[in-house]
Design a binder for this molecule. Sequence first.
Ligand SMILES: NC(=O)c1ccc[n+]([C@@H]2O[C@H](COP(=O)([O-])OP(=O)(O)OC[C@H]3O[C@@H](n4cnc5c(N)ncnc54)[C@H](O)[C@@H]3O)[C@@H](O)[C@H]2O)c1
Length: 378
Amino acid sequence: MFDLIDDWGPEKVVCVSDRKTGMRGVLVIDNSARGMGKGGTRMSPTLTVREVARLARTMTWKWAAVDLFHGGAKAGILGDPGAPDKEAVLRAFARALANEVPREYVFGLDMGLSEKDAAVFVDELGDRGAAVGLPRALGGLPYDELGVTGYGVAEAADAAARAIDLPIVGARVAIQGFGAVGQAAAERLVELGAVITAVSTANGAVVDRGGLDVARLVALRAEHGDRCVHAYGSPVDADQALMTDAQILVPAAREDMIDKDLAKTTSAVLVVEGANLPTTPAARAILHERGVVVVPDFIANAGGTIAAAHSMDARYSPFPVVPDAVFAMISAKMRENAETVVRESRRLGLATHLAARAIAEDRVRRAMRLRGQVSAVG
Ligand SMILES: NC(=O)c1ccc[n+]([C@@H]2O[C@H](COP(=O)([O-])OP(=O)(O)OC[C@H]3O[C@@H](n4cnc5c(N)ncnc54)[C@H](O)[C@@H]3O)[C@@H](O)[C@H]2O)c1
């Protein structure tokens, strides 16, 4: 495991096992210079220590990029999340990490774990603060249902548009993907005055230069799912959505959807990455050369991360979480972060992804220096 360690971390890797249940798991605390390590807990039959360490490092940069005072961490259990003995495995995992949780790490949700599993962690350790992502009946908040990520994508789009002098009122926006993120982004963008001219799902796209009726599309999605575009009428191929004449593109479906060809031809002046990794590295370089501003995924879709920070803070409070307070925090953070990245990318002459990473590294390095963990030079 020593080859996992570089100048940033990990600071601590705790591998645990339990003979009775066969549980095997790992906690990686990557870097806590800016605050306690925080990142979700996953369960997968192919989990490796290396994978968890890589995800913990990603969290170090994510927290620093959004300028919230947590460090990077991640935990994982090797196993089938659908197995009948899941609860016993989760309980064994929680017990094995009782020295670290909740002082150094708090369980959270990632692949393979649900709100119910968060409740099991809390019960096993007899501490409400042992996990975030709890069911509503235990004081948690259903972030996907509330659409926090999509809301944040729209707020980032508005702030970035302002930064490049593009008025959001009347701006034409094409959205790829109409799931949890795409729908909530569309709804908030309409509230902000934008005109949604194209929307796609895996089943096709609908396009209207005069503006789609988003409320109608939302109602149709509740009834027909991805086939809402057919129910809306006059569907075209799914890949048409991002090719339409729009000023803002919001890829909110999957990775690698904006490629070199689209980057060369798009009419958009702003791309706001709702999905993870929706723009290929080659496409990013072309967009940067063409002066198209891209709000990077880990900035634009950090609404859920900010909501998780809110949950961390609220763990021991007897008061129910107020959704308005979460939205207000997301709005303020998303706007500040989007503006900073656009400004710093211009100042440094770097593509926004590189500028955001440079900002994150700088913040972590500064914290390490102030704590005396590294020398002031170098
Ligand atoms: N849900 C969150 O809070 C969250 C947070 C951060 C990042 N993300 C990322 O955002 C993306 C979307 O997540 P989601 O939760 O909205 O997923 P989702 O499953 O709710 O929705 C995905 C949408 O994309 C559509 N889609 C799939 N392939 C498509 C294609 N080829 N063309 C057009 N549309 C297509 C689907 O039909 C669906 O409408 C993913 O990359 C996810 O990792 C989500």
